[in-house]
Design a protein around this ligand. Structure first.
Ligand code: CP3
Length: 376
């Protein structure tokens, strides 16, 4: 139990699915479900800066609830409105959100001798106080949810956060990142380990505040070769999965399901199935049936994975993609949480997302939709 008392959950479908139980239909939520495609998001955000919204528990909880209210009864989880870059901020780096451009670090990490690296490595970061506003937003959101659906907490994976910290923002070429891993592998690993420890504490405190499930977003995992993935990504994902349950236990908290989303690293799935995560998020480059075959009998739930671009398509194509996905994941009565293969993109018509959610409900509620052999 977390330290607060909240209304009992009325819909625990996603938690049961994540724990590997047989369920009545596939649960569904959407990465970035609170965001720019919703007119009410822009309205509630007003002229405010993005990080100012994250730091304001009242606004963050309002934004978190928007999709739950608009798609009443169709979403099986909420995700706290925040950003993965709050960890670099807590470490002392400045991160701005530039309109229509995305995140920008005015002073990224240049090399291990630039002074800032040593400074960050030696600083004792207290994510308890630095990210206090996130825990407050989580507790307030749990109250406002009043048990409608579970609340997911999240963080960025060490690898993805490191990329942002050295690139200073989004990139296509990853020049700085590659300089770090191929010139300074030791310094890179030390920083990744530092971030991983912060992730564990940050997620534990989110659970303490009321998060009922957590997701680790490794959005840039796919920039690595399979062997670099083994060196710079996987050990830190493993560290989080191994240490979060221990930390929760220390704090007197029950374990929560842990989701990992190593976007783009399709080659890693067999090995990621051996980590201690309960759920693995798949992007749309995965063939669901192949992934199910690779999983075999291991007790892992998959999450995903339609191309988010299908929401720009016709309703016929949405139905086709959902049908294919339901079939590939074995019907939806076990081992699958429906989602998109990455965050929903701006300019999607919210009514088309509604249709996608309805199709998932319709096609996974069917009597015979659980008859497929999930081992492939
Ligand atoms: C890489 C990453 C970031 N942030 C996040 C990731 C991992 C997921 C992914 O790979 O998409 C995670 C994130 N960011 C946001 C959420 C909120 C909760 C939700 O999913 O609804 C979550 C889970 C809000 C947001 N984070 C951001 C917005 C848009 C801000 C705005 O312009 O109003 C929102 C709603 C800004 C942001 N934040 C980030 C970028 C690259 C951008 C700008 C470009 C973009 O939106 O894709 C970093």
């Amino acid at each position: 139990m977390c330290e607060h008392s909240f209304e009992p959950l009325k819909n625990d479908l996603i938690l049961r699915t994540a724990w590997g139980h047989h369920v009545e239909r596939a649960p569904v939520w959407i990465m970035r479900q609170a965001g720019r495609y919703l007119p009410e998001y822009h309205e509630a955000k007003g002229g405010r800066d993005f990080f100012e919204c994250c730091r304001n528990p009242e606004i963050a909880s309002t934004l978190t609830l928007q999709p739950i209210e608009r798609y009443e009864g169709l979403l099986d989880a909420s995700i706290i409105f925040s950003d993965i870059l709050v960890i670099p901020q807590a470490m002392g780096m400045t991160v701005e959100m530039v309109d229509k451009k995305g995140p920008h670090f005015p002073n990224p990490l240049k090399n291990p001798d630039d002074g800032q690296y040593a400074e960050l490595m030696k600083r004792d970061v207290d994510v308890g106080t630095e990210l206090d506003y996130v825990y407050k937003a989580i507790t307030l959101t749990r109250k406002k949810l009043a048990g409608r659906v579970p609340l997911i907490g999240f963080c960025g994976a060490p690898w993805t956060l490191f990329c942002y910290m050295v690139e200073g923002g989004g990139t296509k070429l990853f020049i700085e990142t590659k300089k770090w891993i191929f010139r300074y592998p030791g310094a890179t690993k030390a920083m990744l380990q530092k971030i991983a420890a912060l992730c564990v504490e940050y997620l534990a405190l989110q659970v303490k505040a009321g998060a009922q499930m957590v997701q680790i977003f490794d959005s840039w995992a796919g920039e690595l070769s399979p062997s670099s993935f083994k060196t710079f990504c996987e050990p830190y994902l493993a560290h989080i999965a191994d240490n979060l349950p221990r930390r929760l236990k220390d704090l007197g908290l029950d374990p929560v399901p842990m989701i990992v989303f190593p976007k783009g690293a399709w080659y890693s799935i067999d090995s990621v199935c051996n980590l201690a995560y309960d759920v693995i998020g798949l992007d749309w480059t995965h063939d669901p049936a192949e992934a199910v075959k690779t999983r075999g009998k291991r007790p892992i739930t998959f999450q995903g994975n339609a191309d988010p671009g299908v929401l720009y398509g016709s309703h016929e194509s949405i139905t086709e993609v959902v049908e294919e996905m339901v079939k590939g994941f074995g019907g939806g009565k076990k081992g699958w949480i429906a989602n998109l293969g990455h965050g929903i993109t701006p300019m999607v018509n919210p009514e088309d997302l509604k249709f996608y959610l309805q199709e998932i409900h319709r096609l996974t509620s069917m009597e015979n939709s659980g008859n497929q052999d999930r081992e492939g």
